[in-house]
Design a protein around this ligand. Sequence first.
Ligand code: F6P
Length: 323
Amino acid sequence: MSVKRIGVLTSGGDAPGMNACVRSVVRTALYRGIECYGIRRGWNGLISGDVVKLDEKNVGHIINRGGTILYTARSEEFMTEKGQKKAVSTCRFLGLDGIVAIGGDGTFRGAQALSRYGVSVVGIPGTIDNDISCTNYCIGFDTAANTAIECIDKLRDTMQSHERCSVVEVMGRNAGYLAMYVGLATGATAVLVPEEEIDFDRDVIEKIRQARFNGFTHYMIVVAEGAGSAAEIARRIKEEIDLDPRVTVLGHIQRGGAPTARDRVNATKMGYFAVELLNAGKSNRIVCTREGTITDVDIEEGLAMKKSIQQTEVDVLAAMTGI
Ligand code: F6P
């Protein structure tokens, strides 16, 4: 069956580079003679038929823009059988031969459900958490990391002047990839991630103590939100060693901003690859990067894979922080 018309949507937490990816999907589709519709507000848009026709012009000059022109949402209705059936009806009514869904694992679970009803779906990983197991890289991670690094570098200036301790919370409800990467890049005194069991004395207090023995008088503790609240960690530091830490929660700042070159280029390649998959009659696939090349994996297989913080990163951090 030849593919004549497809839809593209962004779902879950937004990530810088999603627009670049939408642009690439649209332009690749048109290049292959396929019409492309933007489905707005994630899976909710597929349920309600909230669609807009996309062409070369209306995806012009978005490669550099953060956020998503298609809006995004986390759809509870789509998690139900009723919601999924409504979405399938929309696909049939509009004559969509395939859907490209950009987002995280919640998005892919939706894609998988839809493909069980015979709709062709390809997922593209887009989340600043970088926590999709089947891919080394998720769109948005590099931009978010650079945003957090820029903020922490600024914080360090004032922490150094005042000889203070700082506890910075970065995003990552269930994943510490961002925190670990940012911690390595900013020379953090300690990094706390949800994947590693935390011994407060060993992982925080002793690291601060060691830094002090090494001659430092300011300390930067980076914590992923899923590993504990920065306020609580600061309270415990005060209680145990009588420092008076300042707390910074970087929050949603990390999800915005112009995407970096890495995110723009990865997003563009992944968007192209997704349309090529649909055009070749493939479905139920996730586009992923492995060892520098773009490839794809079955959604079920991809979601079943496990990812953990690289041991090398843990070892390097230990060497950098002296214990
Ligand atoms: O996009 C992933 C993520 O940034 C998580 O790290 C974070 O916990 C969550 O989204 C917050 O999402 P929201 O506040 O948009 O619901």
